[in-house]
Ligand binder design. Sequence first.
Ligand code: ADP
Ligand code: AMP
Length: 214
Amino acid sequence: MNLLIMGPPGAGKGTQAEELVKRLGITHISTGDMFRSAIKEGTEMGLKAKEYMDKGELVPDYVVVGMVKERLFQSDSVCGFLLDGFPRNVVQAEELDETLKSIGLSLNGVINIVVPREKLVERATGRRICRTCGASYHVSFKKPREEGICDNCGGELYQRSDDNETAVNNRLYIYEASTKPLIDYYTTRGLIRNIDGDQDIDKVMEDILKNICS
Ligand code: ADP
Ligand code: AMP
């Protein structure tokens, strides 16, 4: 199963992706996580990407597309993948179509998580991430058992540098202008599955599973 999960920043893509890949036994490809790893490792690409990320802007297409292509060519992608955070504009979507075609793959569905805009800033600014395994928490909606500590691996939780109100608002603006048009792009191709993301985390997962398995 080759899937894509989309929605505005803070909609719950990463949270649902983390669980969905476990249930379906597919590979999670999150461009945001890949950039955060590159920053942690201090690579040249990571340092360049950070300049854009901290402002809530998109990293240039040629950088992201190159990185995703390389990842899709790795052997574990053949057994199924969930793309999260990519594509973020029509150019990236067209590049993805071409790349998949060149390796004989295609998308089976696009999960579109729908959440009212007024809830998104609170979700994103309250998000906390594990420094070690990348698991995502929320100060009110998904608290870890012990404050500041990851339930999965005991790693330290931190707040992303782009999860401040200014950067989140910029990301929401860019989502509206560049990423939202992809809903039409994938609707035209008969792939879109709209999911109500304004529900408990478990209920959102249940709806996703019902939708993609029906
Ligand atoms: P995205 O990957 O779409 O930016 P995340 O999955 O990281 O979003 O979720 C953003 C924040 O909102 C996280 O702190 C997460 O714990 C929280 N969250 C995710 N889904 C829900 C939900 N259904 N209800 C309340 N909070 C949620
Ligand atoms: P995310 O973890 O998906 O919220 O992404 C965090 C940041 O990484 C974004 O705000 C962008 O700066 C950058 N990023 C992630 N994916 C992409 C993409 N497909 N295109 C451009 N920039 C991206």
